[in-house]
Design a protein around this ligand. Structure first.
Ligand code: ACO
Length: 431
């Protein structure tokens, strides 16, 4: 960020106020309004944060117009093709690609923290059998502060590092066990000889009576799904983690807050909603009916997996995901899968419709991820937990960045109050 040399002028009731303008390393300039209230006694109004930068960050950059997503400067398509999830985790957390020794040590640390405290088994058993795995994950991750309270001191750098490794390492075990619990199968413990993605697949699909042979192509596709979801700058769940942490709350509580936010259908829940929508459409001939509903302002229906707050050209992750869907379905011999047929025809129909073109609505990352996950054998209820486990590294990277900034302040938005002004209390018999 450059020193503010540019300024913007705001004129209010005949008085002008000079506001510093900050220039980032990439992206639009930012008008610094921190002193605005003190000087001019006005707030700014921006519900949904469409024009407001809530922090400065060096982690991820998105150019929505160009369809560009960079992690520490590296484009997501290069990372998805040439790198792998744990290397991307290192990059996000520490700022640079690791050397061979650094990567080996990082992978060793993550691998050796994958087991959960054994008493957490009892915690799982307290949930109802039919609980959604996201509900279980929110609860279990929040409860980590009770099981790992030796790494909750946010002012201790070593404790922060331990919490970081614990969260990344244990999240696949937590998600896999949420799944196992929901289908009434015994928990499968992690194995240190498997890589991150293979370990997760095995914990989901092995049973004590029969081991699960991990297909390397499926493990690579799983790893790519993790990589594509690893971070996405200041989205709703990441901002939730930042806001929760700004009070000094412990990392496990903050990540649990992020998981709760991610569950919503406008955010992480969209991958489940997309597959349910594709199944509901069922056959290609019903697509026009659903396109018409999506365009009808009196119908709340939206095309799930379409549109994005930031990407207004294409979502670079969706491109890689579509290619992965083709590879996985061909491998599994289900490339004539009806859901995939509907997805492809729906994408084509929507992209050639002026309603979607005018509003710059394109398939987002969630449009094809559900098809891959379903083909791998995951039920729709596991789609968002997989997103949550992938995004954990993004949440922690942003949390670490924020906590180590000496200028950190508690987040406290203002409001445009539209309610009643002061009035006297009326006794109940007089109302
Ligand atoms: N289907 C139909 N119309 C849509 C869709 C959609 N999926 N998305 C946006 N629109 C329309 C809106 O009705 C609106 O039309 P109008 O200008 O005529 O009123 C216009 O496009 C702009 O929509 P907004 O809601 O203002 O856009 P916003 O940036 O706030 O919303 C969002 C982005 C929430 C992602 C939205 O596109 C949506 O609901 N998509 C479906 C859910 C989804 O796929 N979410 C996943 C996001 S990616 C992620 O979290 C990983």
């Amino acid at each position: 960020m450059s020193d503010a040399k540019k300024t913007a002028t705001l004129t209010l009731d005949g008085t002008s106020y000079e506001l510093p303008v900050m220039s980032p390393s990439a992206g639009p300039d930012v008008v610094d309004i921190r002193k605005l209230y003190a000087q001019a006694k006005v707030f700014t109004y921006d519900p949904g944060f469409t024009s407001t930068a809530a922090c400065d960050s060096e982690i991820t950059f998105i150019d929505g117009g160009k369809g560009e997503l960079l992690h520490r400067g590296y484009p997501i398509d290069q990372l998805a093709e040439k790198s792998h999830y744990l290397e991307v985790c290192y990059l996000l957390l520490y700022g640079d690609l690791p050397g061979a020794k650094q990567l080996e040590e990082f992978e060793r640390l993550v691998t050796y923290h994958t087991m959960l405290h054994e008493q957490m088994v009892y915690f799982y058993r307290g949930f109802r059998r039919d609980a959604h795995p996201m509900a279980i994950m929110t609860g279990v991750v929040g409860a980590m502060s009770a099981f790992y309270h030796d790494s909750t001191d946010i002012h201790d750098e070593h404790a922060r590092e331990v919490a970081t490794i614990r969260l990344i390492a244990k999240m696949p075990t937590i998600a896999a066990w949420a799944y196992k619990f929901s289908i009434g199968q015994p928990f499968v413990y992690p194995r240190n000889d498997l890589d991150y993605a293979s370990n997760f697949l095995r914990m989901c699909f092995a049973v004590p009576a029969e081991d699960y042979e991990v297909n390397p192509i499926l493990a690579r596709a799983m790893d790519r799904i993790f990589t594509l979801h690893a971070d996405h700058e200041q989205n709703a769940s990441t901002s939730t983690v930042r806001l929760a942490s700004s009070s000094g709350a412990n990392p496990f509580a903050c990540i649990a807050a992020g998981i709760a936010c991610l569950w919503g259908p406008a955010h992480g829940g969209a991958n489940q909603a997309t597959l349910e929508m594709l199944r509901e459409i069922g056959t290609v001939d019903r697509i026009p009916e659903f396109i018409a509903r999506a365009k009808d302002k009196d119908d709340p229906f939206r095309l799930m997996g379409f549109g994005h707050r930031v990407y207004k050209n294409f979502d670079p992750r969706a491109k890689v995901m579509k290619q992965s869907a083709d590879e996985v379905l061909e491998l599994l011999g289900v490339d004539n899968n009806p859901t995939l047929q509907v997805a492809k025809a729906l994408e084509e129909a929507a992209l050639s419709d002026p309603y979607f073109a005018d509003r710059k609505l394109f398939p987002n990352v969630d449009f094809y991820s559900g098809i891959i996950l379903e083909a791998m054998g995951f039920p729709t209820s596991m789609f968002t937990p997989i997103f949550a486990l992938s995004r954990t590294v993004g949440w922690i990277s942003q949390w670490k960045e924020m906590i180590s900034d000496p200028a950190m302040k508690i987040g406290r938005p203002r409001q445009l109050y539209c309610g009643a002004t002061m009035r006297d209390y009326v006794d109940i018999e007089k109302r």
